[in-house]
Design a binder for this molecule. Structure first.
Ligand code: NAD
Length: 459
């Protein structure tokens, strides 16, 4: 078995860069391509550009040895056996996935194919994309025998991306060609045969399983659907528990107890049953919309997904109403905001419900002082500081003199603040927690009016 494949990864964002360094960590030789030359220059200089655990050390270890960065996709195509496409597939105005970046890459790859290549869809794409990629390459004059297109969707989570990539629950390979599946099996062999995990310096994972991951071989179309269906199902689980949390509030019950009782049923499981201010990020919102759009185009009634989206939008509005219920009026109120990233442990603010809420507060006439441990730079680019929006250097600075403190992102450090100190520096001791990071009784003992999601308020 050839344990060292030559791999090109196109797109050096959250998925592409992580995949590239992890393939290097697995022993492969990697060329990471991006058409953003400033990004390539930064990566060549050792700057990861994104906040991810383990990424800086792996980049440092393999930069200039097992991994190279360049803008020339032609050169990468000629040198490598497998070309992973990991460019963005954002939501178009119509709601479906904008595949123009994938198409551009496919056409560019085609111009440099002179020997057999496997083109791998790593980006999240709708079913049938593999056929379009194949057609695009053929239309650019490449003989059908010189390439295969396979689907290998990525399931990593931002914040734990490197560990997730190296310890996946499963590896899905959708392929209609034995030659291509054999290459993909070789590429993932260090994980599937368990060799990687025997290394003393192997990066640890976050799942409890000690078994090597299974490589699930499916048709290309099934693999494409697996990714969309998985993300849509996870979003559904979040919207479901959010709807249940609203019911709990109305009934004066406690959603944490309800989620625990539900999650102990092995058919349901405890994960993704945490209520909050709605899902966000660069994947769930666009993938639910794209999956709904695929269903629509095929004449399938999948209105369940529209409900998932509706609940998600309402959840933010309900949170704003909760803030109003604690403060009476909002205009001129000083609000401290903890968290801007769409979830903890990442600097990604794409589709972040926290950013939406800051905008909603500003529109209501509030003054906001915000803090996030990693997403400040990106937030300031999206929402520049103004006379009513300030960025603080710490959680305590954000809380200083505030009429209320809102917790919008589940950063672990926000769960262990010194409540006594907070109470002293705030104008009024009011916390409205969109992530349920505190025990309501503990908050009350420290003198706070504490409102959270799906749990009785405490005073
Ligand atoms: P990203 O925006 O962080 O990165 C995309 C990169 O592609 C950018 O660096 C961009 O410059 C580059 N690019 C665009 N066009 C290019 C071209 N023609 N040639 C070379 N480079 C080009 O996106 P991401 O978050 O890494 O997501 C990539 C894909 O992976 C998407 O389809 C996404 O849905 C999917 N995905 C993302 C996650 C996640 O958590 N971010 C998880 C699983 C799957």
């Amino acid at each position: 078995m050839d344990q060292n494949s030559k791999i090109a990864v196109v797109g050096s964002g959250y998925v592409g860069l992580v995949a590239a360094v992890c393939f290097a960590e697995m022993g492969h030789t990697v060329i990471c391509v991006d058409n953003d030359d400033r990004k390539v220059a930064a990566l060549q200089g050792g700057d990861t550009l994104i906040h991810e655990n383990h990424l800086p050390e792996l980049l440092e270890r393999y930069r200039n040895t097992k991994i190279r960065f360049m803008t020339d996709l032609g050169e990468a195509t000629r040198e490598c056996d497998a070309i992973f496409i990991a460019v963005g597939t954002p939501q178009s105005e119509a709601g479906d996935a904008d595949l123009s970046y994938v198409e551009a890459v496919a056409c560019e790859i085609a111009r440099s194919i002179t020997s057999y290549k496997v083109i791998v869809e790593k980006s999240t794409v709708p079913v049938y994309t593999n056929e379009w990629v194949r057609r695009a390459i053929e239309r650019n004059g490449v003989d059908r025998t010189l390439f295969d297109v396979v689907s290998n969707p990525e399931f990593l989570r931002e914040g734990t991306a490197v560990a997730d990539f190296l310890h996946p629950d499963r590896i899905v390979v959708g392929s209609d060609s034995e030659r291509a599946s054999a290459l993909l099996k070789d590429i993932y062999a260090p994980l599937t045969d368990g060799e990687y995990y025997k290394r003393p310096d192997a990066i640890e994972g976050h799942c409890s399983s000690t078994e090597p991951p299974l490589l699930l071989l499916t048709s290309t179309k099934s693999a494409e659907i697996i990714k969309h269906a998985s993300n849509a199902f996870l979003a559904l689980k979040i919207s479901f528990i959010n709807a249940v949390s609203n019911l709990c509030e109305a009934a004066d019950a406690n959603v944490e107890q309800v989620a625990l009782g539900m999650g102990l049923d092995s058919r349901i499981g405890p994960k993704f049953l945490r209520p909050g201010i709605g899902y966000g990020g660069s994947c769930f919102p666009k993938d639910v919309a794209a999956f709904r759009s695929v269903a629509e185009q095929m004449g399938i009634d999948f209105n369940l997904l529209s409900e998932v989206e509706k609940i998600n939008v309402q959840q933010k509005k309900r949170f704003l109403a909760k803030v109003r219920s604690a403060l009476w009026t909002l205009r001129t109120k000083r609000i401290g905001v903890l968290g801007l990233a769409f979830k903890g442990e990442t600097d990604d603010i794409r589709e972040s419900p926290a950013i939406d809420l800051v905008e909603m507060l500003l529109a209501e006439g509030c003054s906001v002082t915000a803090f996030d441990p990693a997403a400040m730079k990106r937030a300031q680019e999206a929402l520049p500081a103004s006379d009513r929006l300030r960025y603080a250097g710490s959680a305590y600075e954000a809380a200083e003199d505030a009429d209320a403190l809102l917790i919008l992102t589940d950063w672990p450090e926000f769960a262990s603040l010194d409540l006594e100190q907070l109470n002293k520096i705030m104008r009024y001791p009011i916390i409205i927690d969109g992530r349920n990071l505190y025990d309501p009784n503990v908050a009350a003992q420290h003198g706070f009016t504490y409102l959270s999601i799906g749990r009785p308020a405490s005073y």
